[in-house]
Design a protein around this ligand. Structure first.
Ligand SMILES: [Zn+2]
Ligand SMILES: [Zn+2]
Length: 268
């Protein structure tokens, strides 16, 4: 069984002391591809450095809604100048987050639209972040739908939102929340209605440790995407080997990654 962690932040400082061991454990668990998702100019640079040296690691460039208050066109242009690097496969994460409002709504909306324009110009798929936007995100996404495809990462929306995303052709990213009986209750009910060819799995590491690991670890890591995946297959009543290959291929398709760019099983 091979898996792809379609959304992680292993460039985070939380991994500075043991990143190589983390990647080795991912490989042992069959996680052969990992997308490193940028949230600021600094984290994008760090992700590029890390991914350049290791096969199976890829990078998405972008500024997170939380960080939009300090975004500028200069920052955008410096990210655009990095987009031609071979490991860059996506733009984001971008979107709207009205849950904690770390950036004012007007800044979030301005840079969300700008980043969708940039991704379309560059021909990159988009990694989308949405939280508590009560329809505003959906409205803006509809008006600027990424031509190269997109994933609504860490999906936690309503049934209605899910069907709108599916109608628009979005992929749906499932995190460890699906392993949580209480917090994931709503999501656990919805995963059966997502077509298999639209599903991605992700950790969002170092955040959102899946339930099976939560007693032992405070930090999430790509190897743990297996727990999320197995719970997803269980809830859907799917055969794990078949669903694993499907979600793996979905990830390659969305990000435009060739099989040969992914680490071979058993490779160091
Ligand atoms: Zn996010
Ligand atoms: Zn993230």
């Amino acid at each position: 069984m091979r898996l792809f962690d379609s959304h992680s932040h292993i460039d985070d400082r939380a991994f500075d002391n043991d990143r190589d061991a983390v990647l080795a454990r991912a490989h042992e668990a069959g996680v052969l591809g990992v997308m490193l998702v940028g949230i600021t100019q600094k984290t994008c640079m760090r992700a590029l450095e890390i991914a350049a040296a290791t096969s199976g690691l890829f990078v998405s460039l972008g500024v997170h809604p939380h960080d939009c208050k300090s975004c500028s066109e200069k920052i955008m242009q410096s990210l655009v100048s990095l987009a031609g690097r071979p490991k860059v496969k996506a733009w984001g994460e971008t979107g709207l987050d009205f849950d904690r409002m770390f950036s004012p709504q007007k800044d979030q909306e301005r840079w969300f639209v700008r980043q969708l324009e940039i991704a379309a110009e560059l021909g990159l798929p988009v990694i989308l972040h949405e939280r508590s936007t009560k329809g505003r995100f959906l409205e803006m996404l509809k008006a600027h739908l990424p031509p190269q495809g997109c994933v609504v990462h860490c999906f936690s929306g309503s049934k209605k939102e899910l069907s709108s995303y599916l109608d628009m052709g979005c992929f749906i990213g499932i995190t460890g929340i699906v392993t949580n009986k209480t917090r994931g209750e709503e999501l656990r009910r919805q995963v059966r209605s997502i077509p298999a060819n639209r599903l991605l799995v992700e950790t969002d590491a170092p955040y959102l440790v899946p339930s099976p690991e939560r007693n032992k670890f405070r930090r999430n890591e790509p190897a743990f995407v297996k727990s999320t995946f197995l719970e997803l297959a269980h809830l859907r009543g799917d055969e794990p080997a078949k669903l694993a290959e499907q979600t793996f291929q979905n990830t390659l398709l969305l990000y435009g990654i060739d099989e040969t760019e992914v680490a071979a099983p058993g490779a160091p």
